[in-house]
Design a protein around this ligand. Sequence first.
Ligand code: NAD
Length: 344
Amino acid sequence: MPRIIFGVDTINDLPEELACLGAKRALVISTPQQQGQAEKICDLLGSQSAGLFANAAMHTPVEVTGDALAMVEKLDVDCVIGIGGGSTTGLSKAIALHTDLPQIVIPTTYAGSEMTSILGQTEDGLKTTLKDERVRPEVVIYDVHLTLSLPAEVSGTSGINAIAHAVEALYAENKNQQTSRMAEEGIARLSKALPIIAVEPHNLDARTDALHGAWLCGSCLENVGMALHHKLCHTLGGSFALPHAETHTAVLPHATAYNANADVDAMHSIAAALGVGSAPAGLYDLGHKVKATMALRDLGLAESDLDRAADLAVQNPYWNPRPIDRDGIRNLLQRAWAGASPAV
Ligand code: NAD
């Protein structure tokens, strides 16, 4: 488990945290979109900053990791600091995998990657995932202020991406009381906060609740196995290049509906945490409340791809509360593609 610092303006703790790790020459990394935020971190660090690499990209392409590793070597770096969402955290983890350098991650979305020892990487258009202790960050600094600039529509889908970890944690094969409590609280905090953020992106209380919920949901992702929903999103993101958080948001009500009768207790817990009567319908309504795109066709998936997506999603057996059957998955995908309401 990383050392966690949570609050407002906690970014000011960064120089001290770096010193505690015994590091003196940190490489700061971000996406091009967050270069401005990353430059401010370099200013805060002064001579503790060795340089900035602002080319992180979605799904951790190995070529980008190669460029960053060249910079690590050239600048004789002794720590990596990632500021951003799952894309930046992915690059930080990939650098750590190759170098074993310590990482300080400053998450600015709700994806939850900072809490896991999981790394997804892309090479030649193929995404693979691994689990390795070396990629787990040493320190995570959650600063609510840094999430205020996350656009309202991105906040909604990113938050539902986090909720997806908690939903699958509640029906996981290896769930336990602690992960289930964290999952329920994570869903409750995020589902209360996200509709507020959709209309008031600068509401500090809602942003605090959402980030706290994201931490809980990310912890669930690390501690229990995921199932059908994550498999479907991995397939759609990896093989059809659909965007990560948006795809999670559109698929989650349908994957939950598929499993509804196989774990009725989990459904009650999810519905109670959402404050609604039905888990799949509640997740579908939440997507609409945050103004998310709820149809995979509007995210770029062609109807002619649905058969191949169903075939890929039933390859390589994995655990799921309801046995995986190809026709059921094909029907689920059809409804998610059209943006129809989930069918239990
Ligand atoms: P992202 O990191 O790509 O961020 C989306 C966009 O929002 C980027 O342009 C980013 O720079 C920008 N952004 C982020 N925070 C901002 C802020 N506060 N203000 C303004 N702009 C901001 O998206 P994501 O959904 O966080 O991450 C997706 C990636 O993370 C995928 O590659 C996914 O596979 C991975 N992921 C990995 C894990 C894991 O445990 N390994 C878990 C979840 C997600």
